[in-house]
Design a binder for this molecule. Structure first.
Ligand SMILES: [Zn+2]
Length: 258
């Protein structure tokens, strides 16, 4: 009996100390480290799931696009195949939260990605906070990409995206899983919006480059006022030169080429 009580106490204590509360964004590594080609795993998906049920990232060796929704992690590989990887799989970069809706709105059909983002911006209380955003419904088109698994020595991300796979998903029902980070988070995460898409049938998705809403879509936003950053315990990370401004490179890597 004493042993059972002791175990229960440890669990409660662990829950209080280790698990992030809603309203907190927990992130591993930095976007600039990823741009520099730091694709070594820094946490397991099991560890990531302790800090959130919703978020974005990628996998060790840059093996595709990652999103987490309702506690399940999905991997969209360079062939466009969607998987639910094992908890032992590692990530070099991820940002997650326990999603709790603070703001809700609906948007009409026929909006582009830029228009969706402008409408969401208009509903936000401030540009100085982090937000988790889910947009659910029908889309007449979602344009996505994924990236192929890399071998060491890892090339920088700008090199990798030259070989990215592009997908156009037409007449699709599904969900955009996204973050909006403030301008001052430059170098740490992606300033502005960053969405990954998962079709409701779990058969397609990826990093979102463009879209058109095909239906009225439901937008839910979680306001995140706390930010927790976990930097890799690694001599390689310690030796990276992260001093420069890589904003232009990030924009080229994240957006659609026009
Ligand atoms: Zn992405």
């Amino acid at each position: 009996m004493k042993k059972i009580l002791a175990m229960a106490w440890v669990c409660v204590w662990t829950a209080v100390v280790c698990v992030a509360a809603p309203g907190t964004l927990t992130q591993w590594s930095t976007i600039d480290a990823l741009l520099k080609g730091y694709y070594d795993g820094v946490a397991t998906l099991g560890e990531v799931k302790q800090q959130g049920d919703f978020g974005l990232g990628t996998f060790e060796a840059l093996d595709g696009e990652m999103l987490m929704v309702d506690g399940t992690v999905y991997q969209i590989d360079a062939q466009g195949v969607v998987r639910t990887p094992d908890d032992a799989v590692r990530t070099p970069f991820a940002a997650v939260t326990f999603f709790k809706t603070d703001i809700e709105l609906t948007l009409p059909a026929g909006l582009t990605l830029d228009q969706v983002q402008a409408r969401v911006d208009a509903a936000l209380p401030s540009m100085n906070l982090f937000y988790a955003i889910r947009v659910s419904g029908g889309f007449s088109e979602v344009r996505t990409r994924s990236v192929p698994r890399q071998e060491k020595p890892y090339p920088e991300l700008a090199e990798v995206v030259k070989g990215q796979s592009l997908f156009t998903i037409s007449s699709t029902e599904g969900e955009l899983i996204g973050l909006r980070c403030p301008g001052f988070s430059k170098g740490v995460n992606v300033p502005g919006f960053h969405f990954h898409y998962l079709a409701a049938d779990r058969k397609s998705g990826g990093h979102v480059l463009g879209l058109v809403t095909g239906d009225e879509v439901r937008v839910r936003v979680a306001v995140l006022r706390e930010f927790s950053m976990k930097l890799p315990k690694s001599a390689t990370f310690d030796a990276l030169d992260l001093s420069g401004d890589r904003s232009k490179e990030l924009h080229a890597v994240e957006s659609e080429r026009k």
